[in-house]
Design a protein around this ligand. Structure first.
Ligand SMILES: Cc1cc2nc3c(=O)[nH]c(=O)nc-3n(C[C@H](O)[C@H](O)[C@H](O)COP(=O)(O)OP(=O)(O)OC[C@H]3O[C@@H](n4cnc5c(N)ncnc54)[C@H](O)[C@@H]3O)c2cc1C
Length: 514
């Protein structure tokens, strides 16, 4: 008999379990696959090549989780943050140093270079107000009220409900800066840069502090799996248990109270509390819907979960050489940060529209990362890893199937990069292509949605995952949602896991059980 069972060993599930175990609750984590980490993993995908198969970059993880759970992580802020190659050679380097960055942006537009700090300040102000709201189940009304205290007029309307394209066009004039900044408002979404609420997707990616600096993204030594390995180690050191290859088929009830779980194998494990790290739709499938509040069932069924992300993970025989860059085989600045292909808002829009019509983009928005440029030990000597996060490809193709078209779609992704790095495809020794249906199968992400459901207004704050049930509790006593489908949403953030554990602890305290 356990005090609590967590379904799923994603980072949020492990965080919930660690907090519960720390408070003395005997906690068991049950994971469907043979791996710990969910979408936050490092795997040896090809002999000698270790890659972050899904998520690849860190910023959002709440700093207090790192300290409270005493996680030993080596996080390096990216510098340059990004390199956007351009036709004809070279490109835009977004250095962390303000003077160097200003000089770089000025090569494309002096106006944009001057406007950049103001644009960042807008989102810094919104992030400053948002941060406390991430840490408890805040409602939209509370958020709106908090944003109203800012001196910046209509901050909520602009950075939560607005479109990222509108903001980028307001501040910038050059295609390259508009495209680069707008790309952060569509990451992981099926929405395009002109969709109302895409500004929130940007804001969601701006609130992080895990690198020690607000809004700055970084890379974790050893890949993203280092985070979940550290969490699992901490949980076990506290006395918690993790069982792999233990898929949960259903949650057991006793008189409308949770009583434990039943595994696919038929084995039953008892516990008075169950926290689901599975996404809301998968969580729903663990219950008889007749046992749940109908509004919860409807809201979860309506949660948009069709993803548009293709991840192409490659083993490279050497470093790609970008046109106009020196690249004598040694890593240059173009290899050190994210390589972003988002040349304009129109480019992003076209890719989005094609996917909405059921076709993969002709030319993809890409964020590529070569972790071995700074950590050569992740690949055999002289070789490299390349991880490409690309959009947009539809979950459901209008023509053909993913099995028939996976390679063709991956070729389009690589071609979108190769335009700027001729010879890239010749360097690829092996690759693993994960389109939305593959992300669904491998990681259990319904529809391949990387956030367990869109993080657009309508599905954030008290609308996540359901307006009636947003406080990390499910509509049955003893059942909780601890994954990215709960407030404040996806990304390697940990807030849903921490808050769900607190919700259970609060309920136990309220009943006098702890
Ligand atoms: C391709 C890709 C790139 C991304 N890039 C980034 C990035 O760079 N930075 C970032 O911050 N975020 C990124 N994300 C998003 C981020 O990885 C996810 O939002 C986050 O990892 C989700 O964590 P989670 O713990 O909520 O759930 P998950 O990681 O989805 O974990 C849920 C776990 O539950 C298990 N499970 C499901 N059903 C059952 C069941 N019935 N029984 C037992 N176990 C079950 C699953 O197998 C899984 O292990 C990316 C995601 C993807 C897919």
């Amino acid at each position: 008999m356990y005090d609590a069972i967590v379904i799923g060993a994603g980072h949020n599930g492990l965080i919930s379990a660690a907090y519960l175990q720390k408070r003395g609750l005997k906690t068991l984590v049950l994971e469907r696959t043979d791996r710990i980490g969910g979408a936050c993993v490092t795997e040896e995908l090809f002999p000698g090549f270790r890659i972050s198969t899904a998520s690849y970059s860190l910023s959002l993880l709440l700093p207090e989780i790192i300290t409270e759970l005493e996680l030993d992580l080596d996080v390096r802020a990216k510098d340059p943050e990004s390199f956007s190659p351009v036709e004809g050679g070279g490109g835009l380097f977004m250095w962390r140093d303000p003077a160097k960055r200003h000089e770089q942006i000025s090569r494309f537009s002096k106006k944009d270079a001057d406007a950049y700090p103001e644009f960042v300040a807008l989102f810094e102000e919104a992030s400053r107000i948002l941060r406390p709201l991430l840490r408890y189940p805040a409602t939209r009304k509370q958020a709106r009220r908090a944003f109203r205290r800012s001196e910046i007029e209509k901050l909520f309307d602009r950075t939560v409900d607005g479109s990222i394209a509108d903001l980028c066009e307001e501040y910038f004039e050059s295609d390259i800066v508009q495209g680069l900044m707008a790309s952060q408002g569509i990451i992981g979404s099926a929405a395009g840069p002109r969709t109302p609420g895409s500004a929130y997707v940007y804001l969601h990616h701006a609130f992080g502090e895990a690198t020690g600096e607000p809004g700055v993204w970084g890379f974790v030594r050893g890949g993203m799996g280092a985070i979940t390995a550290a969490l699992a180690e901490r949980l076990r050191a506290l006395g918690g248990e993790i069982r792999l290859e233990a898929p949960v088929a259903s949650v057991k009830l006793d008189a409308r109270r949770v009583a434990g779980v039943v595994l696919d194998s038929g084995e039953e494990i008892d516990a008075p509390a169950v926290l689901s790290n599975a996404d809301p739709k998968r969580t729903l499938a663990l219950f008889d819907p007749k046992e749940l509040a109908p509004e919860f069932v409807t809201d979860v069924e309506l949660l948009p979960t069709e993803g548009t992300v293709v991840k192409v993970n490659c083993a490279l025989g050497g470093l790609p050489r970008f046109t106009g860059m020196e690249g004598a085989g040694e890593p240059g600045p173009e290899h050190l940060g994210t390589i972003t292909i988002a040349p304009s808002i129109a480019y992003l829009e076209k890719a989005c529209d094609q996917a909405a019509a059921g076709e993969p983009a002709d030319e993809f928005f890409c964020e590529a990362w070569i972790q071995t440029a700074t950590e050569p030990e992740l690949a055999p000597e002289g070789k490299h890893t390349l991880s490409v996060f690309a959009q947009y490809a539809p979950y459901k193709l209008a023509t053909g199937t993913w099995d028939e078209r996976r390679d063709e779609i991956a070729d389009r992704v690589i071609a979108s990069l190769e335009r700027f790095a001729p010879g890239l495809s010749d360097l690829i020794e092996d690759r693993l292509v994960l389109g939305p249906p593959d992300l669904e199968e491998r990681f259990g992400l319904t529809g391949g949605n990387i956030f367990h459901g869109e993080i657009l207004p309508g599905w954030i704050f008290d609308d996540r995952p359901s307006h009636a049930w947003h406080r990390h509790r499910l509509p049955l006593a003893g059942a909780y949602l601890c994954g990215s489908g709960a407030h404040p949403g996806g990304g390697v953030c940990g807030a849903p896991g921490r808050s769900a554990a607190r919700a259970l602890l609060e309920d136990l305290a309220h009943r006098g059980d702890i």
